[in-house]
Design a protein around this ligand. Structure first.
Ligand SMILES: Nc1nc2c(c(=O)[nH]1)N[C@H]1C(S)=C(S)[C@@H](COP(=O)(O)O)O[C@H]1N2
Ligand SMILES: [Mo]
Length: 316
């Protein structure tokens, strides 16, 4: 993120696999055998037991992408996941991360601290599909059908205490499979955070799948968070711990570069990054450039959260 380089999304449109072709391939091959980077590499390396298929679930049509879905191949092969390396092509390395068994600890200022097995959590939670836009602070974007559940449902289970104000999301730190952890100047483990009010917003979603399949490791499998109105760096991947606290957590990018990245990181086309404009974004897959929208177009859900915070640095 610190260095801006030419990337795969700058390929001409003709170089990308059209969504229709991907869907057709999927239909021909059936789930689990598609010619996708994740599935292919897992078969080759063979050291990570696969996640079981997702339970039957429906798309929640209240959330519309408003754009064509990003081809699955692009969303799963162009990723930011610094634990595996700083370039966009970490998908292959990420296959080495075992996703079963996987436990998630929810603790801190809650009445019922609890450790969940990820499959237990999937059984307990109301699972649905939502199409959300995701806008990276680097000015690329994708539109993805996530399968998962609203974070508010999980929080009700653990009963936040009245003094809890913030959540911290901690990513797994597995030195044996994450070469990025050797880059000791990064503040591992990766921690991201939000307010309890943001966590309770109905948009805040915990994906365990995408494109109808278990969430691939490179996209934060088996369990991550997404805040569709914030820059993508807020959405911590491969979460193992959620801590409720009364203090604002120290988060990954503001610790590395506080002049460029802040805690709130709400999407705003009018507030430039110190080194580039945020006015437009490039769609993964097609390479098309489109205008960026305030709160990534989700203002009707979240603008009210920030009316009394005008003195905060909300947009970086
Ligand atoms: N643990 C962890 N989570 C992370 C990152 C990371 O490097 N490590 N990168 C973030 C950034 S910058 C973005 S844009 C999104 C990318 O998610 P995607 O690869 O599924 O598109 O993940 C976010 N979550
Ligand atoms: Mo990002």
């Amino acid at each position: 993120m610190l260095i801006r380089r030419r990337r795969g999304w700058e390929l001409p449109e003709s170089a990308a696999t059209p969504e229709a072709a991907v869907l057709q391939r999927r239909a021909l091959l059936g789930a689990g055998a598609a010619l996708l980077p994740g599935a292919a590499a897992a078969q080759r390396i063979g050291d990570a037991p696969p996640a079981p298929p997702l339970p039957a679930h429906a798309r929640n049509e209240r959330f519309e992408g408003g754009r064509a879905l990003t081809p699955e191949r692009d969303a799963t092969s162009y990723n930011n996941f610094y634990e595996f390396g700083t370039d966009k092509s970490i998908w292959r390395a990420a296959q080495r991360m075992p996703v079963r068994p996987w436990q998630i600890r929810v603790e801190g200022m809650v009445a019922q601290p609890r450790t969940f097995d990820v499959d237990e959590l999937i059984r307990l939670m109301p699972i649905e599909e939502r199409v959300y836009r995701l806008r990276c602070v680097e000015a690329w974007a994708m539109t993805v059908p996530w399968t998962g559940f609203e974070l508010s449902h999980l929080l009700r289970l653990v009963e936040p205490l009245s003094g809890a104000r913030y959540l911290a999301f901690e990513t797994a730190a597995l030195p044996a499979v994450m070469p990025g952890l050797r880059q000791s100047w990064y503040p591992w483990p990766h921690v991201e955070g939000c307010t309890l009010e943001e966590a309770m917003n109905e948009l805040t979603f915990m994906p365990v799948g995408m494109y109808g399949r278990p969430l691939p490791q490179q996209n934060g499998g088996p369990f991550r968070v997404v805040f569709p109105w914030k820059y993508g760096f807020k959405s911590g991947k491969s979460v193992v711990r959620i801590t409720l606290t009364d203090r604002r957590p120290q988060t990954f990018w503001p610790r590395i570069q506080p002049s460029e990245y802040g805690f709130w990181a709400n999407v705003n086309p009018e507030v430039a990054h110190p080194r580039w404009s945020q006015a437009t974004e490039r769609l993964l897959g097609s390479g098309e450039r489109v205008p960026t929208r305030l709160f990534n177009g989700y203002g009707e859900w979240v603008a009210a959260l920030y009316v009394n915070l005008q003195r905060e640095r909300l947009w970086a």
